[in-house]
Design a protein. Structure first.
Length: 139
């Protein structure tokens, strides 16, 4: 199964809600979500606080990014998320829509970094181009 992975964002809504909506204060998250919903059988969020999060999981707003964590804490986060990804079962291919900070300590799973090397502006442009070519709605 092909599974999309989107990193959490600093900007969040100000009330508890499904994770799929919590991060929609970020335009980049909205575009990545639309892409993942169109292209993959399922998708998850890589949360600095909660690890691997299903889009329907209810989350309260929080103020934490991986960049705020020490290297040791980032490694521990990567180990925990890697275990969560492996627990989804064998044979999955993960398509990451996340920065290198969220991917560098993941191991033991097959991950393709879809937008490796792209900064935020070029990522947003790439999603808009894909939507125009493929005919899906890009918020």
């Amino acid at each position: 199964m092909n599974i999309g992975l989107i990193s959490c964002t600093k900007r969040k809504l100000d009330q508890p809600c499904p994770a799929r909506d919590l991060y929609t204060a970020s335009a980049l998250f909205r575009k990545a979500r639309a892409y993942c919903e169109y292209h993959y059988e399922t998708w998850y969020i890589l949360s600095a606080k909660h690890g691997l999060v299903h889009p329907d999981q209810i989350l309260a707003p929080y103020d934490l990014t991986l960049k705020q964590l020490s290297v040791a804490e980032q490694r521990a986060w990567g180990k925990r998320v890697s275990e969560q990804l492996r627990a989804l079962g064998e044979g999955h291919l993960f398509y990451a829509h996340a920065g290198q900070t969220y991917l560098q300590y993941l191991s033991g799973v097959q991950i393709i970094n879809v937008l490796a090397g792209y900064s935020q502006g070029p990522r947003m442009h790439w999603y808009s181009e894909q939507a125009a070519k493929e005919g899906w709605l890009c918020p």
